[in-house]
Design a protein. Structure first.
Length: 107
């Protein structure tokens, strides 16, 4: 499970996934949108591809990159118990805030 976390630890790769969430893109488009060099983008895309988070489709000389949702679903499943914990804490905070006076005069 650590590989997707390692891959997503880099903010540039997370930004790339945000772009790919909209639609498949070419390397040049990603480079332009992120204002990065094409070789740098290609290196990051290779890490994303090796980590199973994107696929690449060759079309003549062009390479289309597309997000893979399966590894992200695995991450979401791993995070589920923590999400329940956060929700419980937020519910406790909400209950606490509801018991507090609304105005300073009520204190």
């Amino acid at each position: 499970m650590s590989l997707p976390f390692d891959v997503l630890a880099d903010p540039t790769r997370r930004r790339m996934l945000e772009l790919l969430l909209e639609r498949p893109r070419l390397v040049g488009e990603i480079a332009h949108d992120l204002e990065l060099s094409q070789p740098r983008v290609s290196k990051h895309l290779r890490v994303l591809r090796d980590g199973g988070l994107v696929t690449v489709r060759a079309e003549a000389q062009r390479r289309w990159y597309q997000i893979r949702t399966e590894p992200l679903a695995d991450l979401d499943a791993w995070l589920a118990p923590y999400r329940r914990l956060w929700t419980e804490h937020l519910d406790q905070l909400e209950r606490h805030l509801e018991t507090m006076p609304d105005t300073p005069e009520e204190q």
